[in-house]
Design a protein around this ligand. Structure first.
Ligand SMILES: [Zn+2]
Ligand SMILES: [Zn+2]
Length: 263
């Protein structure tokens, strides 16, 4: 079976994803497409890395309560965004290697991505990277942040339960509610191989039953992770679904919707 990974990072050059190893370059993905199990990749760098320098506390939990920090380094953001656009235009062909970003929202709904970038991207992953407050309140915080994220025209909900699962197994009703919200927003849900989640097989079974689109994502931060397709195969097998019944995600550019909750 050929697989696609719609969620991948690189760590070379201007460091569009601070967390990826420098040897993970667009060329590594290009070469992986020549042989082996890969049909397509999207390069989905962290939007916050275009906004905040590495040494200025750029991680989402460091600005969730202070979204104004996303716009505080204007010269840095403009220069890095220009380099990002040049690089993706040169590296991606829109056929097997796609342009993208991974975004999240702050407490007030501010998106971590410059809204003007929508037309330049094939795949936008929306992720929850931080849940505030006490763990007992996380299920509510998860649904609230999810609804905010889904108000933007994102394509894929990245690692849907990575944060929530840190508080224990995700309740069945939260899985179903999450999938319903994603389905209604025409957003695919992601099986993510970077940090395997014990709820993935259950999530996939519900997704197929509910007609949700499913996106596979390595969320690669290192070259070694390009062997992660084995995880996708295992989740499909564990879920008990017929692979032919899975509605796999394909990039279709969404026209920007006028309901952006921008700053
Ligand atoms: Zn992520
Ligand atoms: Zn990622």
């Amino acid at each position: 079976m050929l697989w696609s990974s719609w969620h991948n990072h690189t760590g070379d050059g201007a460091r569009f994803s601070y967390c990826a190893e420098p040897e993970l370059t667009p060329d590594v993905y290009r070469k992986a497409l020549r042989h082996g199990p890969w049909q397509a990749f999207a390069l989905t760098e962290h939007a916050f890395a275009l906004a905040i320098p590495a040494e200025e506390r750029p991680w989402p939990h460091q600005w969730y309560e202070e979204p104004e920090r996303l716009w505080a380094y204007r010269a840095f953001r403009e220069e890095k965004t220009e380099r990002f656009l040049e690089r993706t235009a040169a590296a991606c062909d829109g056929k097997r290697l796609y342009r993208g970003l991974e975004v999240e929202v702050a407490w007030d709904g501010t998106l971590s991505m410059e809204p003007q970038l929508w037309p330049y991207l094939d795949v936008v992953i929306g992720s929850i990277h931080y849940l505030p407050g006490a763990r007992e309140t996380w299920p509510d915080a998860h649904i609230m942040q999810l609804a905010t994220l889904l108000a933007y025209p994102i394509d894929i909900l990245g690692h849907p339960f990575r944060e929530l699962a840190k508080a224990g197994p995700v309740p069945e009703e939260i899985i179903v509610e999450t999938l319903k919200l994603a389905h209604d927003a025409d957003v695919a849900i992601e099986v993510n191989a970077h940090l395997p989640c014990g709820d993935d097989a259950r999530m996939l079974a519900h997704a197929v039953r509910m007609g949700c689109r499913v996106a596979t994502g390595l969320d690669a931060h290192a070259r070694a992770e390009l062997a992660g397709h084995a995880y996708f195969a295992r989740v499909v097998a564990d879920s008990g679904v017929n692979p032919a019944d899975i509605r796999f995600f394909k990039p279709v550019r969404k026209s920007p919707k006028p309901r952006v909750l921008a700053r």
